[in-house]
Design a protein around this ligand. Structure first.
Ligand SMILES: [Zn+2]
Ligand SMILES: [Zn+2]
Length: 316
């Protein structure tokens, strides 16, 4: 009688069944290697994001702060705005260039599955696109062309997936952009109030029409960013606290994982107990180095054929 449990096929028979375009040789990326997605749309969006921050920086400095009569006002606001803008761009860079939690390509091999020491009857899934064994809660991203652990969504503005390893940087990016947008809007209001009372030619180094156009553009940009980032920030914090990614929310599936408390989930996402490091894009997520799921750097063996693999009840 044939066992209902799919068995591992003979590895010799598989080579012809593989599609070379999909099942490339296993890549041997280390987790700390530089990560950068070569997606034209994402690269353009990321450059636009940086240019918009630079535009805000130029308008704040050269239209509002440098011509200001009060040196204290200029220094205080200039320091605050530049620090927040620097943290926003640093967070953006870390979100873009951090491996979001990619599963090694081509690890769907008999050797790897055996190394997982799964219980008989347990089922694992192979991603047919990147030929990896999908860990629980991982999803395949068609832009990154990889399976990403706890993938929330692919964000073209940071040209990367938001996943387990870079969600902190993405949240910080939205938070710092929100803060610089709010700060620039407050400064624009103060500048208009000041200039209406004073002589327009004295409150800016630019001509009055150029000053008004630049300030209106800054207001427009600030408002758009303020709305966009507050929604993104709120959504991300909600995802972390409910221990449910954006994709899992969309699919509305019953959770197959054990949910943690909101605070534990926050600590996991931000890399440890509450401290100043939560707000720093320069600290790594040391607590997320998961040793319970050994991932070989150099996947061995041939890729198996089945997409659903159930561990045989009686090993032969
Ligand atoms: Zn995949
Ligand atoms: Zn992606």
């Amino acid at each position: 009688m044939r066992s209902p449990v799919p068995r591992f096929r003979d590895v010799e028979r598989q080579a012809s069944g593989l599609e070379p375009a999909h099942c490339l040789p296993p890549c041997h990326e280390r987790q700390n290697n530089m990560w950068f997605i070569r997606d034209a749309c994402g690269i353009v969006c990321a450059i636009i994001t940086w240019l918009l921050v630079v535009f805000a920086e130029v308008v704040v400095l050269f239209v509002m702060l440098i011509p200001s009569k009060s040196l204290t006002y200029s220094l205080l606001n200039g320091t605050l705005f530049n620090s927040l803008a620097f943290l926003a761009l640093a967070s953006h860079f870390r979100a873009m260039c951090t491996d979001p939690g990619a599963v090694p390509k081509g690890n769907a091999t008999k050797e790897y599955i055996e190394s997982l020491q799964l219980k008989p009857g347990q089922v694992v899934y192979k991603c047919p696109k990147c030929c990896s064994i999908k860990p629980d809660r991982a999803h395949h991203c068609s832009v990154c062309k990889r399976c990403i652990r706890k993938m929330d969504h692919h964000c073209p503005w940071v040209n990367n997936c938001v996943g387990e390893n870079n969600q902190k940087y993405f949240v910080l990016f939205t938070m710092y952009i929100f803060l610089i947008s709010l700060h620039s809007l407050v400064m624009v209001v103060f500048h208009f109030l000041y200039c209406f009372e004073d002589d327009w030619t004295k409150c800016s180094t630019f001509s009055p029409p150029a000053t008004v156009i630049l300030l209106i553009l800054l207001c427009f940009e600030g408002l758009l960013f303020l709305i966009f980032t507050s929604v993104m920030f709120g959504t991300q914090i909600h995802s972390i606290c409910t221990d449910e990614t954006g994709i899992e929310k969309l699919k509305r599936e019953d959770p197959t994982w054990e949910k943690t408390t909101s605070w534990e989930a926050m600590k996991f996402a931000f890399g440890g107990p509450l401290s100043m490091t939560w707000f720093s894009p320069f600290t790594d997520l040391s607590c997320q180095k998961d040793t319970s799921d050994p991932v070989p750097m150099f996947p061995q063996g041939e890729i198996i054929e089945e997409d659903v693999i159930e561990i045989p009840l009686e090993p032969h």
